[in-house]
Design a protein around this ligand. Sequence first.
Ligand code: HEC
Ligand code: HEC
Ligand code: HEC
Ligand code: HEC
Length: 457
Amino acid sequence: MVLLRAKRKECDWQRGFSRSAGLCLAFFSLWTGGLGLAGCDESQKTGTSPTPSSSASTGGPASPSGARGGEVQQHSEVLTIKHVTGGDATRGMALALEYQCNRCHDDSGHTPMARDMHCVHCHQDILADKFPASREALTRWKKTVEPFQVVPSLQAAAERLRGDWLFDFLQKPHDLRPKLQPTMPRLKIGPAEAKHLVQYLTHGETATVPEALLRADQKQGRQLLETRGCGSCHSFSGVAPLATRPKLEAPGSTINRAIMLAPDLAFARQRFRPDKLVAWLVDPSRVKPTTLMPATGLSPAEAASVAAYLLFTPRTEPKLGPAPPRLPILERPVSYAEVDAKVFHLTCRHCHSNADIQLGEGGPGNTGGFGFPAKGLNLSSHAAINSGYKGEDGERHSVFAPLSDGTPRLVAAVLARQAEERGEVNPEVRGMPLGLPSLSSEQVQVLESWIAQGRPR
Ligand code: HEC
Ligand code: HEC
Ligand code: HEC
Ligand code: HEC
């Protein structure tokens, strides 16, 4: 009831949108506020905590049973596709709503959330001058939102993505698109929830590896990647670099969106259905009508060669650079104003805002969202930060309290995000900012120094 009223108030707010100096504040407090439509039903959320599953998630391999002789021997890897057992598509559909997949993704099977809650549509409207704000504000915001304007739609996921890959990815997401800033956030998805979502997204289908692909001409496939200019949108890490490299062009352009949405082709062998890959390469829009990948002009035989190269050519996992260094505590005084400007206000307030006067809502990291219960963590003022967060015991705890290794929780969370980007998950704390690029060493240093100096105002 209260929430319904809150939604109506968003509309009131739009009418009274202020163009004064306080605009940005009013603005932030609006859009960071918001438990989604899905979040309206708190009672449904209780079932979403990850339940450890002892049963093996996957059944036997579904790779080709055909003989592997002659040229097939050169394949460095033979794909093993596992069948995801268990899970219920109807439950998956309900979970998609609880996790608010439709707050970011189109075609999730649920109507997208309203713009003032939507992490992508609002940015798109700002870029298209469709957001009610002053020209000056729009011009300023456009620069900031440009890297956050697209998320892949989930249309035809069953025709493209492998269930066994989805099962892993939903629990432990990793970066897929070199030119796209946001990544899939690590939600509270355990094996049980992942299985439901997999059945929902794949319609229970399991991919196979067509035998013809094992015999296709990989060398020709590589040549076609070069001559058809695939590298103008895609990178392919771990193989000899393609002659062309993706480079972003005019801000807001369609080509920019295509480049942002083009996955690193290295992941195709883990995630794309081999039995659907040739059809995709011949004409992607027949598989996924809204895709920004253009038709390639490849014949089916050429597409098979390209597919074989993508799936089987030997590749080396590129080495990660050194972990971002943890810089020493600063000697000079660090004020709250500085940490706010460099960290809290810049990235955290998007999701941890002050419980707004109009909405009584504070964003997914405060009042809950993306399937998380309300954490009650407000990072928008000195006093609010010091009031801590609500733990699972229902009590408030300090966000500065040390974890088992002595690191204050707030610092641990931003370090955990740096680690997540390197494929490591900290079971004690979730990486922050959630699903966004990690803070730089310098930002962490300012935050740590401020805490070490006794958190002055
Ligand atoms: C906060 C926004 C956000 C939410 C909420 C979200 N995602 Fe994502 N998701 C992303 C982004 C961004 C990517 C692209 C990641 C990349 O390319 O590295 C992504 C990628 C994916 C992909 C891979 C799609 C592709 O074509 O590469 C799948 C599948 C997916 N998400 C499923 C889900 C499901 C299911 C939910 C709800 C349980 C969900 N996402 C919730 C932001 C979100
Ligand atoms: C009501 C519109 C609106 C909604 C909804 C919205 N944003 Fe934004 N977003 C903005 C505006 C405006 C800016 C630019 C702010 C500025 O430059 O001061 C922005 C900027 C950003 C930035 C860049 C900030 C930075 O650190 O440089 C990120 C990241 C971002 N939004 C993420 C999100 C996420 C995640 C969600 C969903 C929880 C979301 N946004 C929902 C309007 C919105
Ligand atoms: C104009 C940019 C552009 C060009 C050129 C382009 N692609 Fe794509 N490609 C995309 C985009 C965008 C996607 C993501 C499609 C989606 O999910 O809607 C994609 C997806 C793919 C996928 C699926 C990858 C995955 O992991 O989901 C493959 C494979 C692929 N492209 C191969 C190719 C090949 C081979 C060529 C050259 C013959 C090519 N692409 C040319 C933009 C491009
Ligand atoms: C896209 C939204 C989003 C952004 C941006 C974001 N957070 Fe969060 N944050 C959340 C959500 C949702 C939770 C609740 C997670 C949970 O309950 O596991 C949370 C929880 C936290 C926690 C408690 C973590 C734990 O595991 O106990 C800390 C600390 C935190 N955030 C700090 C930050 C800081 C610092 C920033 C900015 C650098 C930030 N967050 C940016 C959404 C966000």
